[in-house]
Design a protein around this ligand. Sequence first.
Ligand SMILES: NC(=O)c1ccc[n+]([C@@H]2O[C@H](COP(=O)([O-])OP(=O)(O)OC[C@H]3O[C@@H](n4cnc5c(N)ncnc54)[C@H](O)[C@@H]3O)[C@@H](O)[C@H]2O)c1
Length: 297
Amino acid sequence: PQIRKMLAFGVCTSTVQLPGKVAIVTGANTGIGKETAKELARRGARVYLACRDVQKGELVAREIQAVTGNQQVLVRKLDLADTKCIRAFTKDFLAEEKHLHILINNAGVMMCPYSKTADGFEMHMGVNHLGHFLLTHLLLEKLKESAPSRVINVSSFGHHLGRIHFHNLQGEKFYHSGLAYCHSKLANILFTRELARRLQGSGITTYSVHPGSVISELTRHSSFMRFMSWLFYYFLKTPQQGAQTSLYCALTEGLEVLSGNHFSDCRVTWVSAQARNETVARRLWDVSCDLLGLPVD
Ligand SMILES: NC(=O)c1ccc[n+]([C@@H]2O[C@H](COP(=O)([O-])OP(=O)(O)OC[C@H]3O[C@@H](n4cnc5c(N)ncnc54)[C@H](O)[C@@H]3O)[C@@H](O)[C@H]2O)c1
């Protein structure tokens, strides 16, 4: 624990409270998402836990309610591997809620064997990028109406190994589970940058985040990564420490001028050359719209 404390740079020191604010956290039933949701609830927000498994979500919601005393913790079904489910989630949310101030696109899969989403997208690209891309699109009007509002996209340092190969976006020609994860995390950063550009002046700002190396269930598909987690256990962050940069980006006052930037340990950090390529960002935006049946503008 001492080593962990020494290594865990970056703590969200914001004192902002969130009464009357509404937040959605995807993948909030475990790991970083759960701790992020807990802190938002502690600060008084109404928090939607957008979870694939509603039963697990309900258990976590009860736990968060008990720990924070905030009863406004709600669970809704969201499977990012199924665009029908994403549309159903947003339809209900939009009917139910007048506002959305904070959207945390946190859910993710890593190193799963080659598989496809309900819509035929490669799983990493489908869940980590396209699912959140669609979710954000469908919630944009609500975010605009609720401005100032923020969208946080949880990416990874792994994006440095990522490339956007438009001819192989769905792993149709070549597939490596580790690289597929990195490609999708690069897509998260490119999406953030392009979203920030398009939303200038709208009152919505957006940030991408590397949470650090965190003990979580993310390694479930890879025995190698589980072994590495075991080996470096004391050097990894706890999920609570891993949630700090997402919280920093969601809560810190005056961060608007840094919209589109990538953060790690609660400060702006550098991204790969690919992640700074505006041409790729714009093309990825158009291709994503096309794949999801959204109008390309
Ligand atoms: N743990 C790390 O070291 C680390 C490092 C860099 C980035 N990240 C990123 O942090 C985020 C959170 O990961 P974590 O470490 O807490 O892992 P985790 O596995 O504990 O949490 C991921 C969450 O995403 C959910 N999820 C997976 N597929 C989904 C789907 N189809 N629909 C809806 N939800 C789905 C899971 O149910 C889970 O709640 C991920 O985006 C991950 O890429 C984690």
